[in-house]
Design a protein around this ligand. Structure first.
Ligand code: LLP
Length: 447
């Protein structure tokens, strides 16, 4: 795990992208395969755009995280961050493997329960939990609430008193550490809205321990997402360890440190975050404290497990300028490139296309915004109308961030698991776009 984030320049080629992703390979007859399943078969039957997720890859990556914690001798629970991909099939698969859930809303709580994850195996994070969400969670006996402010602590105490219940809480501390990631997904700087200011945490913890209905169990932190170097983790955990020692010296009990999520993946063939390095950082800073540990990974397990299949609607040539490849997928499906300038690998499904000499190409969606751009000046084989391609590493923060902007129905979703594939969400029918809309009678015409 590199300590400084460096990007490969030039972009990795199609062959390089495939070589570093063992679950993908290019069959000379069937084209791009995921876990031995021809993606062209899925596109023929389900159409595009279509999200495809590999259950085997997701399982293997979660197991690697668990193994890394065990090998480091850490007593650590793993709570999957539901926001990364909240599909019930994903949550059910993870429940089957014994993982818990990290949630940030009543909706995510309901989903996790629906997938069979027990309430006591769920952690509730988030900077603004509504009273209704807190009542629901406390009433159900949620495992842990990560409290983000002094105000929230008081609200929780009054809800537990009203319900005659007790809530196990940690204080989410903002360690004021730069995670060296994109500004929009950095959460551990003092300027960010998240967590309790470091200098306030010890006093607030003592106060929490004195409040009725509150069991103050320890601390949590989460410094950001897509973190590729281990140094910010170590810096944050060192500060939390100091805090634990300080409050213990003042006579408080600390049982839990929740280390958050954020481990980054390899979008552009840069070295990805290593669970073993994360476990090493946790052990080095927190291992001697005799606390129960937790992590909340989202992107790392599920991101590389998924891709988005798309078809070229047309190849819009512009003389000597790079052509626009207009896809049937758009920013309403995959928001990451327009929101964070995110780089995602693009791989043709056809074995023939994949061998052609690459040329600079702009890859865009059909939505009426120039920001609806997946890649600019990407070296890609020339692809014609009707050709298909896969947008890689979209299992996390992909389908979950979709909208129906431009009245584009939500794309289909498929799970490839144990050698076969299942439609886990049919493409949204057009009339479902307006099924919840009500037109007042004085306006009703043909609608
Ligand atoms: N725990 C907390 C409290 C979080 O806020 C998050 C993510 C996670 C865990 C999981 O982080 P991960 O392991 O997935 O990095 N939409 C953005 C990412 C937003 C992350 C928000 N919080 C993206 O597409 O890059």
């Amino acid at each position: 795990m590199a300590d400084d984030v460096t990007f490969h320049d030039p972009d990795p080629s199609v062959a390089e992208l495939l070589a570093s992703r063992p679950y993908l390979d290019m069959d000379p007859l069937c084209g791009l395969m995921l876990d031995g399943v021809a993606l062209n078969d899925i596109a023929d039957k389900v159409g595009t755009p279509c999200w495809v997720l590999s259950g085997d890859t997701l399982r293997a990556r979660m197991h690697r995280m668990r193994q890394a914690m065990q090998d480091a001798g850490l007593n650590a629970s793993i709570y999957y961050a539901v926001k990364a991909n909240d599909h019930l099939a994903v949550l059910s698969l993870l429940r089957e493997e014994g993982f818990g859930a990290d949630i940030v809303s009543g909706g995510e709580l309901a989903r996790a329960l629906k997938a069979g994850i027990p309430a006591h195996h769920i952690v509730f994070s988030g900077v603004g939990k509504s009273d209704a969400e807190l009542e629901q969670a406390i009433g159900l006996g949620i495992g842990q609430i990560n409290v983000e402010s002094a105000e929230e602590l008081e609200i929780i105490s009054s809800i537990t008193s009203k319900l005659g219940k007790q809530a196990t809480i940690t204080l989410r501390v903002n360690p004021d550490v730069d995670a060296r990631t994109h500004a929009k997904i950095t959460t551990g700087l003092a300027a960010n809205k998240f967590g309790i200011p470091y200098d306030d945490a010890a006093a607030l913890y003592a106060h929490a321990a004195s409040l009725p209905g509150i069991r103050a169990a320890g601390f949590s932190t989460h410094i950001g997402s897509q973190i590729l170097s281990v140094a910010p983790y170590r810096a944050a955990y060192a500060r939390i360890a100091d805090l634990v020692r300080t409050v213990r010296a003042a006579g408080q009990t600390v049982d839990v440190v929740d280390c958050g999520g954020g481990l980054g993946i390899s979008y552009r063939n840069e070295p990805e975050g290593q669970p073993e390095a994360l476990a090493g950082a946790i052990r080095a800073e927190l291992g001697g404290l005799d606390v129960r540990l937790a992590i909340e990974p989202g992107r790392w397990p599920v991101g590389p497990s998924g891709l988005l299949l798309s078809t070229v609607i047309l190849n819009k040539s512009r003389g000597d300028e790079a052509p626009f490849l207009v896809l049937d997928a758009a920013m309403n499906d995959l928001l990451r490139p327009s929101m964070y300038d995110a780089w995602h690998g693009l791989v043709p499904l056809s074995p023939h296309d994949a061998t052609l000499a690459a040329i600079p190409t702009h890859v865009v969606g059909p939505v009426c915004e120039s920001g609806d751009t997946f890649a600019r000046d990407r070296q890609l084989p020339p692809m014609q109308r009707g050709a298909r391609l896969a947008i890689l590493d979209t299992g996390a923060y992909g389908a979950v961030m979709s909208s129906t902007y431009n009245s584009r129905p939500l794309a289909a979703e498929v799970l490839v698991d144990k050698g076969t594939w299942h439609v886990i969400r049919p493409r949204q029918p057009q009339d479902a776009l307006w099924q919840d809309e009500r037109v007042p009678s004085h306006l009703a015409g043909t609608a």
